[in-house]
Design a protein around this ligand. Structure first.
Ligand code: OOG
Ligand code: NI
Length: 294
């Protein structure tokens, strides 16, 4: 069931984010990988709106049902966001990062706009799903929970929270998948090297706080592309280009207590786990106008 749901998410995401196929093609062309399936997916991420019947507590039910376990919380005061990460039931599956907008921290006007949409969802929709029915869950993750927003509402929200505007339009569409770098061939297995490869191939990187986001322990390094603009149809057929999704890259270094192990023995559990609030704070901006330039 989990395989079905993850495949559905990745398929829609690839269709919406041209950088995904382009990065895979560039990696194959440079002999970094042979086929797309050689890519290890470090994690995927979702964005949600923190109202009682939705938000993290609703969406997480799907993945908890499939054996994911809830891990550490993260807080982003400035961006008015909270998040958790979830460890997968087996190492072959990606970690999951779910964030949620702290709606109560926005202005009364933004809260009014948001609830005019989210009030259409009367009760937690996940409780009504048959989570053992893959196609049903796949359809839920890719269908509208509320009416198509107006462009005016989208723009009013964006002025206060670009995250809010992104979710009101894009809903549960996958926000990114993450190419795991540490097991790639030498020359491509660090964020520094991989960024060089990406830029040589014309991909635009998020440079908020620098192109390499590094945890204070120096063990988790991340970078990401800037989201491409996608044509969006708003209520009344108004069209406007808005940020879609992006691609992330992560390098997890070996923990100091396992530094003596030969590389051939290094497994996932020997490397840095989890996420880093300082890195994440900047990665969120991959869809923000400060990065997209729109
Ligand atoms: C998530 C940003 C944070 C990470 O790996 O720290 C993140 C988002 O843009 O929704 O992905
Ligand atoms: Ni991420």
């Amino acid at each position: 069931m989990l395989d079905y749901v993850l495949n559905g998410l990745m398929q829609r995401y690839q269709e919406r984010v041209p950088d995904v196929a382009a990065i895979i093609a560039a990696m194959i062309n440079e002999d970094i990988i042979q086929i797309a399936d050689d890519i290890e997916n470090d994690h995927i991420a979702f964005r949600t709106i923190g109202v009682p019947q939705l938000g993290i507590q609703s969406l997480e039910k799907i993945f908890l049902h499939y054996g994911y376990t809830k891990q550490d919380p993260y807080h982003f005061r400035e961006k008015k966001l909270d998040a958790y990460w979830y460890a997968p039931p087996a190492p072959k599956y990606p970690r999951i990062f779910i964030s949620e907008l702290r709606v109560q921290d926005l202005s009364a006007e933004a809260q009014r706009i948001i609830s005019s949409y989210t009030d259409e969802v009367k009760t937690d929709p996940v409780t009504k799903l048959d989570l053992d029915n893959g196609p049903e869950v796949d359809l839920f993750l890719h269908s509208a929970l509320w009416r198509t927003p107006t462009l005016a509402d989208y723009q009013a929200l964006a002025a206060e929270s670009e995250y809010a505007a992104w979710v009101i339009y894009n809903r549960y569409y996958l926000n990114h998948f993450t190419v795991s770098l540490q097991n790639l061939p030498a020359g491509y297995n660090t964020v520094a090297d991989f960024n060089r490869f990406l830029e040589k191939n014309g991909f635009k990187l998020n440079d908020a706080g620098g192109k390499i986001k590094e945890s204070p322990d120096h063990l988790l390094l991340q970078s990401s592309t800037v989201a491409k603009m996608i044509p969006a149809r708003f209520a009344g057929n108004e069209m406007k280009e808005i940020s879609g999704s992006y691609v992330e890259f992560a390098e997890r270094r070996v923990l100091p207590q396992f530094a003596h192990l030969p590389l051939s023995e290094i497994k996932r559990e020997h490397r840095r786990e989890g996420f880093e609030a300082g890195n994440a704070d900047k990665i969120f901006e991959s869809t923000y106008s400060s990065q997209t330039g729109n």
